[in-house]
Design a protein around this ligand. Structure first.
Ligand SMILES: [Cu+2]
Length: 298
């Protein structure tokens, strides 16, 4: 969660985030500042030194080969010098190492759903409303400080293991959303009918907050993202508590897994379907078909 009153980039908890924020704070900022100061000094010098009063007969120079070569070459070198580390960073963000855990993230108007295709877990995640909110449904749980700050707390968190490569496969089922968690250096559009992919390795346990970052409709501001990073052992426990299995363990003989979110009766059948049977069965069944495409990329 961003610290109130803080400026600059949020503290990063992934190796890529650390690399990117270091690149920004200690390279880009220096280059930008030096260029700005240099241009300002040059302007001021020109204004004062070559003003009409001090310079009644203007110079008739129109070419200076040396200066022209310098002012072409130096910017090119600056651009190349920033492009090389930028391209390396971009490549690292979008080419996932072999994933330990895969999460398929789907944006909806206006909530997120998370699916662990290798673990057989699916659930939805809605923002928690404040006590006294006039739109509260009967018996709906309201936010407590345990859940997180107002407008950022969700009823279900995406849980991931620390120190493991977690691949995010990001899509949407209605309009364009954007999955963004600033502490991970992650912001990726969720487009209907398209799978976008990135990955994280979170080294520090904790709860990390984000929000939809693409204007997606009336309640765009009310679809927070909560990611809880826990130890791998706790992650396995959580998967079991959701009725899922860890890869390697034999999958349960279908539909007795009922541990998932109480909010998502519609999502249950998809979670309980035996995954491998779907392989060639075409696009008629929308959700599992995309899953297969998603997991095939592993
Ligand atoms: Cu959205």
């Amino acid at each position: 969660m961003p610290v109130p009153g803080a400026i600059g980039i949020e503290e990063q908890v992934t190796p890529l985030g650390k690399r990117a924020s270091h690149f920004h704070n200690f390279w880009r900022m220096w280059i930008i500042s030096l260029i700005s100061v240099f241009v300002l000094v040059l302007l001021l010098w020109t204004i004062f030194r070559y003003r009409r009063g001090a310079n009644p007969t203007p110079s008739r120079n129109s070419h200076n080969t040396f200066i022209e070569v310098v002012w072409t070459l130096v910017p090119v070198l600056v651009l190349v010098g920033t492009a090389i580390p930028s391209i390396g960073l971009l490549r690292a963000q979008y080419s996932s190492p072999p994933a330990d855990v895969t999460v398929k993230i789907t944006g909806h108007q206006w909530y997120w759903s998370y699916e662990y295709p290798d673990n057989g877990v699916t659930f939805d995640s809605h923002m928690l409303k404040e006590p006294g909110d006039p739109t509260l449904a009967k018996g709906e749980r309201t936010r407590t400080d345990q859940d997180g700050p107002p407008l950022l707390a969700a009823d279900e968190r995406m849980v991931i293991p620390t120190g493991k490569v977690v691949k995010f496969i990001i899509t949407a089922d209605d309009v364009i959303h954007s999955f963004a968690v600033p502490a991970f250096w992650t912001k990726l559009d969720a487009n209907p009918g398209q799978l976008n992919e990135t990955w994280v390795r979170v080294d520090r346990p904790g709860v990390y907050y984000g929000q939809c970052s693409e204007l997606c409709g009336a309640r765009h501001g009310f679809m927070p993202i909560n990611v809880e990073a826990v130890t791998p052992a706790q992650f396995a426990q959580w998967i079991a508590s959701k009725g899922g299995t860890m890869p390697g363990a034999r999958p349960k003989p279908a539909p007795d897994s009922t541990g998932s979110s109480p909010l998502t009766p519609a999502a249950q059948p998809a979670a309980a379907q035996p995954q491998p049977v779907q392989a060639g069965s075409g696009a008629a069944v929308k959700q599992p078909a995309t899953n297969q495409a998603a997991t095939a990329q592993n």
